[in-house]
Design a protein around this ligand. Structure first.
Ligand code: HEC
Length: 436
């Protein structure tokens, strides 16, 4: 890595060619192994493997295009706006290595320089789970057709006194499994929706079809599963159902998937809570053709919060989302900015270091939608009016900021503020709809 970096700087910033010229084995392979093969290897989501010299060389010019345009590796947040732990972004120097190597005609170099090819052990990455849930039968993904969003409802039986400390999701077929979301439902709604749909999973593209207790992405291609932050285990009330939202993608031939979920439990009660602040708006009514429809929300923190991750959510015609925090001393903390939203690349973005937001901080979020014909992601041709809702045809505006508070009383204060905020949002949403 280090060599590639030094060399890349030499290429980018010096006019002379005193730096060693890059070879595959010494300079390119370390970048590809670190940043590409988590997805580009046999059986994974990407359409071809990049594990060997020949495989990389064969696609060299396409690779140059996608790394220069930064469409690969997939990474949405804009550089310099929020600082994230798992950034996949290549440095300018790394892009320079690809460029120069391809200009030189893709020299292989000496196999002695080749780092070990990374290994991807099968099995559970987090160790043996305490509870394994499995889709009760394989799901068939047809060869062709639009993406499928389907919810499988699995009853949970967590013994009292246990808390959830982690979830691992293992699709049996990562070529078609695009992403997965875990939803906890203690209201019985998912169960009813499933029953109404015949008991084999119910379809709904924009979300589970109701507002759940909690939900979070558990599977994103190329991402290693992780335990919840230390000490932040989650209680699971009796009667809760686990709802597995799967997003499948056809690949030109019929495929089946039967995803397994591993739940990891602990008896250690949480000493802190993963607590979120939810910003949102139901005041969405986007006329057809409108390309810059902007809505916003804000939330004033009643207690200090150490924010550790942010999760934005919109549906298909969402284009841009930005969040920032205005601290009482006037400092503006930039949290996240995505300006080419892609519904299929949703992630929880974890900050490199928790961000301290003192009481009195105002958190702001802004969402933009493009309901014009020019938006290639717009499923409606011609565009039609789009309103707030859970369905695939509707839009949503959500941003969760998760973090930690100092103690139980602060936690209660923040929960109440969230409830009040959500209530206000709902009422304004209802008024807004009436006025239309
Ligand atoms: C997180 C998973 C992931 C990572 C990491 C990743 N890719 Fe991809 N790549 C994909 C997927 C999925 C596709 C298929 C196209 C799509 O769905 O966007 C793809 C497509 C491509 C394509 C074809 C683009 C086209 O227009 O046909 C190239 C070239 C490519 N990737 C190169 C790379 C390189 C080089 C890296 C590392 C520097 C990389 N990718 C890292 C998932 C990934």
């Amino acid at each position: 890595m280090r060599i590639a970096w030094v060399l890349g700087v030499g290429i980018v910033f010096s006019s002379g060619s005193s730096a060693r010229e890059p070879t595959f084995c010494r300079d390119v392979a370390p970048i590809v192994f670190k940043h590409c093969v988590s997805c580009h290897r046999p059986g994974q989501v990407a359409p071809f493997s990049l594990l060997t010299f020949r495989e990389v060389k064969k696609r060299a010019s396409l690779i140059r295009q996608v790394v220069e345009s930064r469409s690969m590796p997939p990474w949405k947040p804009r550089e310099g706006y929020g600082d994230f732990a798992d950034s996949r972004r290549l440095t300018d120097a790394q892009i320079g290595v690809f460029r120069r190597w391809i200009e030189l005609g893709c020299p292989e170099g000496s196999p002695r320089d080749l780092p070990p090819v990374p290994e991807f052990p099968g099995g559970w990455q987090l160790g043996r789970p305490d509870v394994v849930l499995k889709m009760d039968r394989p799901f068939m993904v047809p060869a062709e057709g639009s993406d499928i969003y389907i919810h499988f409802v699995m009853p949970l039986q967590i013994p009292p006194g246990y808390y959830l400390k982690g979830i691992e999701c293992r699709p049996s077929n990562p070529r078609v499994a695009h992403h997965a979301v875990a939803i906890f439902d203690h209201t019985g709604t998912a169960r009813k929706l499933n029953h109404a749909a015949g008991g084999r999973g119910y379809r709904n593209a924009g979300g589970p079809g109701f507002v759940p207790l909690s939900l979070f992405p558990i599977y994103v291609p190329g991402r290693t599963p992780r335990f919840f932050p230390t000490k932040a285990a989650m209680p699971i009330p009796p009667g809760t159902d686990f709802v597995l939202e799967m997003h499948y993608h056809s690949i030109g031939k019929e495929e089946v998937d039967q995803t397994e979920i591993g739940l990891y439990l602990t008896r250690q009660p949480p000493t802190r809570s993963m607590l979120g602040v939810m910003l949102s708006s139901a005041e969405i009514d986007i006329p057809p053709g409108e390309s810059r429809y902007v809505i916003s929300d804000h939330f004033e923190l009643p207690v200090d919060l150490w924010a550790d991750s942010v999760w934005p959510h919109m549906h298909l015609i969402g284009k841009e989302v930005r969040a920032w925090a205005e601290l009482p001393d006037g400092w503006v903390e930039r949290l996240l900015w995505i300006d080419d939203w892609d519904f299929n690349q949703q992630e929880v973005y974890r900050f490199r270091k928790p961000i301290r937001l003192p009481r009195g901080t105002i958190i702001r979020a802004e969402w933009r939608y493009d309901n014009s014909e020019k938006n290639p992601q717009n499923p409606a041709r011609p565009p039609r009016r789009v309103r707030h809702g859970e369905g695939s045809e509707d839009e949503m505006a959500v941003l969760w900021l998760s973090g930690e508070v100092a103690n139980e009383s602060q936690r209660q204060i923040l929960i109440q503020a969230n409830v009040d905020h959500a209530w206000g949002l709902m009422q304004r949403g209802v008024e807004f709809k009436k006025g239309r």
